[in-house]
Design a protein around this ligand. Structure first.
Ligand SMILES: Cc1cc2nc3c(=O)[nH]c(=O)nc-3n(C[C@H](O)[C@H](O)[C@H](O)COP(=O)(O)OP(=O)(O)OC[C@H]3O[C@@H](n4cnc5c(N)ncnc54)[C@H](O)[C@@H]3O)c2cc1C
Length: 349
């Protein structure tokens, strides 16, 4: 695994997250609140991650009358914000762009008056009365205690095992935070799964000239493949990328079998891995020991942990069930269990 590459990809991801964090800095988050949090702000329930799963969990808990805070450093919506067209979430005949669905969910969260804090959680630790969370924002570290915690930190792009030189990094992306920057540009999308094809269609819709190259066969569902073909987006298989360089401002992508592609940007969509780093080490070990391979993927909509009151939901634990409906269902179910724990001191089975 190459550090340079990983730094590059992670930089891209973090840039997006940080931009969003600054843009979306919660209006209600002020100095007074920071002081209060430093003194140990207490909630019944803390939901970490403002994707579909976290929003569903927070909405449900709020309705059930417990004090709940939803922590998200970026705009609410998570990965859903970058989905081209969501057609498998009931209630939207004809489908709905991911961004619009995310905005509707966010409007519901804010409309209900759920507390949303623009923070990044760095760790969750069990303590006597519940859990202690260490969080940070642009101004420093803040602590928060909570009787129950639902972690819905979702999934992050897998690392790409290709060396990326420094002068190329800013042109290699893992997400299309601002699709307009790709307009009238040549973009090579790397990957053959559904996210790759969805991303290709999304960029195509925003005026980019897109080509998909995949290491092996294109695994995405037929419906997406047909749409990509209908948009005349070339798809090439057997393209194991060996290196990416920059000549006269253009990217040169070279594959193991000697093929070369030129582009202004590269979009890497080679899969996701669950974001587990903030979990207590023993909970991470438990996940690892129950996962089929080495991917921490347990393949469930939500799960309890060895610590009563600490629950995990959504893409973080959903294995191959990475869909909005699954994330929402998992968040909602985890919320019911968490509220049971808060009210009765025990988790309903
Ligand atoms: C391109 C693309 C297209 C897709 N298309 C579809 C589709 O058509 N239909 C469908 O059903 N699904 C689709 N999906 C999948 C769907 O978006 C996900 O299943 C869903 O968003 C998962 O929700 P989640 O809340 O579990 O996680 P996420 O959406 O990943 O949200 C996790 C949130 O946690 C936050 N977070 C992470 N770490 C921390 C931390 N330390 N502290 C605080 N917050 C943190 C992140 O910022 C993020 O907002 C698509 C996904 C992608 C990428």
């Amino acid at each position: 695994m190459n550090d340079g590459l990983n730094d590059g990809l992670n930089d891209g991801l973090n840039d997006g997250m940080n931009d969003g964090m600054n843009d979306g800095m919660n209006d209600g988050m002020n100095d007074g609140m920071n002081d209060e949090m430093n003194d140990g702000l207490k909630y019944d329930l803390t939901v970490i991650g403002g994707g579909p799963s976290g929003m569903a969990a927070a909405i449900q808990a709020h309705r059930l009358g417990v004090s709940v805070v939803l922590i998200e450093p970026d705009e609410l919506g998570g990965q859903l914000r970058s989905a081209n067209l969501v057609e498998n979430y009931p209630g939207f005949p004809g489908g709905i762009p991911g961004r619009e669905l995310a905005d509707l969910m966010a409007r519901q969260v804010h409309g209900l008056g759920v507390d949303v804090e623009s923070l990044t959680v760095s760790s969750v630790q069990p303590e006597k009365e519940g859990f202690e969370l260490v969080c940070h924002d642009g101004d420093g570290t803040v602590a928060l205690t909570s009787r129950s915690v639902i972690v819905t930190t979702g999934a992050a792009p897998c690392r790409w095992d290709v060396d990326i030189p420094d002068d190329v990094r800013d042109l290699v992306h893992v997400d299309a935070w601002d699709p307009e920057m790709f307009r009238d540009r040549d973009v090579v999308v790397i990957g053959g799964g559904e996210a790759a094809l969805d991303r290709a269609l999304y960029l195509n819709r925003h005026g980019a000239r897109v080509r998909v190259i995949s290491r092996s066969r294109v695994r995405a569902m037929k419906l997406l493949k047909d749409r990509v073909r209908e948009c005349y987006i070339p798809m090439e298989t057997g393209c194991l990328v060996e290196d990416v360089s920059r000549t006269d401002g253009r990217l040169q992508i070279r594959t193991a079998d000697g093929r070369r592609f030129e582009a202004d940007h590269v979009m890497v969509c080679i899969g996701k891995e669950p974001r587990v780093t903030i979990l207590p080490a023993d909970v991470r070990d438990d996940l690892l020991s129950t996962s089929p391979d080495d991917g921490f993927m347990v393949g469930t909509l939500f799960t309890r942990t060895r610590y009563p009151g600490l629950l995990l939901a959504g893409d973080l634990v959903s294995g191959d069930f990475r869909h909005v409906g699954c994330a929402v269902g998992g968040g909602l179910a985890a919320s019911l269990v968490a509220v049971g724990h808060i009210n009765n001191g025990s988790e309903k089975k």
